[in-house]
Write a protein that binds this ligand. Structure first.
Ligand code: ZN
Ligand code: ZN
Length: 302
């Protein structure tokens, strides 16, 4: 456990840390610092910014934040990393906003029927699906903050980029939520393993295998298509780019090795060996994933 400068444990009890924000003035102080140049203000400026006339009350609440969330630097109070993270959690909108977006057309075609898919958003869940045959192509949580300062089209692109970033990180063993260690294992089917209904109507339900991810440190867990592992493997990404498939520019729902069950073959289960086909114009790559879900070999077919 990291230690503070005086040798004491540089941590608060988690319950204590959350109780700190039971008084709205404390969150107002952090938000005022966020609005200020260099994320810092002098005492009088800060008090004016939160509009608190009672100096004693203001001093008391500011004192509660000092150390972990706000640090005195010279004659100014500066937002600390923990203070930034509190604001970030608030600004993500997850705690107090639940917008919804009616289905809107996005680029691409449904692999099953050729219709243009749509993007929709409800209860923090973004879904790209076919409006005609109802095939779900991709579904994942997205924070309401993603819609701020963006057109809807830009938000859809942001959803694609952020989801790729999250999937790359988590399937590589690093939690994007808390930085903790994520265990990555194969599972036969998400629907068989989940005890809640979250995966009842899962977009990769028909895949012969999926990846089961669980963070040892926080509450993050997820089931992902095995093809996600190709997004982060240089030998695959490079060869696909040479053949005209840019995995960054092309949205997840336009990457059949992520969305289509037919592109995944389980060769063995003990130990696991899974073949994923990545189609290219006029050919394909056969990518073999090993028991750790890392790329073992790549075979190119013209
Ligand atoms: Zn369709
Ligand atoms: Zn975590």
């Amino acid at each position: 456990m990291p230690e503070g400068p005086d040798g004491s444990a540089a941590t608060l009890d988690p319950k204590e840390a959350f109780q700190l924000f039971s008084h709205e003035l404390r969150l107002d102080i952090l938000l005022a610092l966020r609005e200020s140049p260099d994320y810092s203000l002098g005492f009088a400026e800060l008090r004016r910014a939160v509009d608190e006339r009672d100096s004693g009350k203001f001093t008391y609440h500011l004192g509660k934040l000092r150390g972990q969330f706000v640090k005195r630097v010279g004659d100014r109070y500066a937002l600390q990393y923990a203070g930034h993270r509190v604001i970030d959690a608030v600004r993500s909108g997850v705690f107090h906003e639940s917008p919804s977006v009616d289905p809107v057309a996005v680029e691409g075609v449904c692999p099953r029927c050729g219709t243009t898919p749509t993007f929709a958003y409800e209860e923090h869940l973004a879904t790209v699906a076919c409006p005609s045959c109802e095939t779900k192509l991709v579904e994942y949580p997205f924070d309401p903050g993603g819609f701020r300062d963006r057109s809807l089209g830009e938000a859809v692109t942001a959803f694609d980029r952020r989801t790729k970033y999250k999937w790359r990180s988590a399937s590589g063993g690093v939690c994007f939520v808390c930085a903790g260690r994520v265990d990555v294992e194969y599972a036969d089917s998400a629907a068989d393993l989940d005890h809640l209904d979250r995966y009842d109507d899962y977009f990769a339900e028909d895949h012969p295998a999926v990846l089961e991810l669980g963070c040892r440190n926080c509450s993050f867990y997820s089931y992902l298509p095995v093809g996600v592992r190709l997004l982060d493997a240089a030998p695959v990404v490079g060869r696909l780019a040479e053949r005209g498939v840019d995995v960054d520019a092309r949205p997840l729902w336009e990457l059949p090795f992520v969305t289509e069950a037919a592109r995944v073959t389980v060769r063995e289960r003990e130990p696991w060996s899974v073949l994923v086909e990545a189609l290219t114009p006029g050919g394909r790559l056969d990518v073999l994933l090993d028991d750790d879900a890392t790329v073992e070999s790549v075979t190119t077919h013209p």
